[in-house]
Design a protein around this ligand. Structure first.
Ligand code: NDP
Ligand code: PYC
Length: 340
């Protein structure tokens, strides 16, 4: 008999906050971090759902993250916002910088937000989706830890370096994609290792540089980029945009700063927001409607849009709740003193 646990989204929120508060996060951080995990679980993004409670609690326990950091917002230039996260998780820093980013994008047509000195363990789609829900086009990138070999090499240089994009759609969910520039997110390989399942042999190499289906061996060796040299170049772009360009760490520097503690990546994130009215003025609606023709042409042939699976999962979860594997649920409960 399955020992899976069915939970409402409110149950998930209460559990996540309790774990994060027990781990030592301030109320503001616990709320912001819990919301991103609820969103991941709700949308069927298991590698970035409540499983990440274990990851976040570990980062606090290992002293990688400042649990009560207060983000500081500044304006380095008219169309730029910077949030110094003070070593805290990225979610609260984004929350604090987002209103000014949107305001500046509307004022100048385009604006950028740099999050500096933050710890990142999460998916990026909640951020670009929120901006696109506000009518803005958004791009977000962040490096992670050096786990990924460049195409043609076998030594880790890049992080799993996600790229997320959001596009507002009249009367519907935004068009959003968000994926790692590695063959797959590391969290997915970790879930395979936990479940004792093999991974496809093109996800990574073992420590000796040989392709392997052993998830633990890939985690100890090197992951591969997606799409060969193309993913490799995009991974390098993410390093540059959200590393040196904003005065923050590359994935190599992040893993060096971790110093073997096994915490989440430390560094920066760059988020760019564009107001369609900047170029288009009153004609914005007319041109956004032309984008709909392209989306329709994709769907008309049976192909799906990115995020379509996620939005469908969201509908189901709102109606039926979510199911958390029993073993994971017990591991999470064990993080709250007195619960087990
Ligand atoms: P996937 O390879 O699963 O790709 C995810 C994206 O591709 C989603 O937008 C997904 O939409 C879309 N997609 C998947 N299959 C199809 C299809 N058949 N047709 C159209 N679109 C499709 O994700 P990854 O493993 O690369 O990344 C997972 C998450 O990990 C991301 O959210 C990323 O932000 C996060 N991550 C975070 C890092 C960090 O440092 N903070 C580092 C690396 C990853 P849908 O969701 O609807 O399936
Ligand atoms: O799954 O690769 C990943 C990841 C890294 C940081 C957050 N998620």
């Amino acid at each position: 008999m399955s020992d899976d646990v069915r939970m409402t989204l409110d149950d998930v929120r209460v559990l996540a906050r309790a774990v994060l508060r027990a781990a030592g996060l301030s109320a503001a951080h616990a709320d912001a971090v819990a919301e991103t995990m609820v969103a991941g679980e709700r949308d069927g993004c298991r590698s970035h759902g409540v499983y990440r409670l274990l990851v976040a609690a570990n980062s606090v326990a290992k002293g990688v993250v400042a649990p009560d950091a207060v983000p500081v917002v500044s304006e380095p230039a008219r169309a730029l916002v910077r949030v110094d996260g003070g070593g805290g998780f990225a979610q609260l820093a984004f929350e604090r910088g987002r209103p000014l980013l949107a305001e500046k994008a509307r004022a100048y047509g385009i604006a950028a937000l740099a999050l500096n000195n933050v710890v990142h363990f999460a998916a990026l789609w909640p951020e670009v989706e929120a901006l696109a829900e506000d009518g803005l086009v958004a791009i977000a990138v962040t490096p992670s830890h050096a786990w990924v070999a460049p195409a043609g090499g076998m030594q880790p240089v890049f992080g799993t370096n996600p790229i997320a994009f959001g596009w507002p759609r009249p009367g519907g969910h935004p068009f959003v994609f968000d994926f790692a520039t590695s063959a797959v997110a590391r969290g997915e390989i970790e879930l395979h290792r936990r479940a004792g399942k093999p991974v496809p042999d093109d996800w990574g190499y073992d420590a000796g540089g040989q392709p392997t289906t052993d998830a633990a061996a890939v985690l100890d060796g090197a992951m591969r980029t997606f799409g060969g040299h193309k993913g490799s170049a995009l991974a390098a772009m993410v390093e540059l945009l959200a590393g040196p360009l904003i005065g923050d760490m590359t994935s190599r520097e992040s893993i060096d700063a971790d110093a073997g503690r096994g915490g989440s990546p430390i560094g920066g994130e760059l988020i760019i927001a564009i107001d369609p009215a900047g170029f288009l003025g009153d004609a914005a609606a007319e041109h956004l409607a032309r984008a709909e023709v392209m989306f329709a042409a994709i769907e008309a042939q049976g192909a799906r849009l990115p995020s379509q699976r996620r939005y469908a999962a969201r509908e189901r979860s709102l109606a039926e709740g979510v199911v958390v594997p029993g073993a994971l649920h017990r591991e999470i409960l064990a993080l709250i003193p007195g619960e087990v």
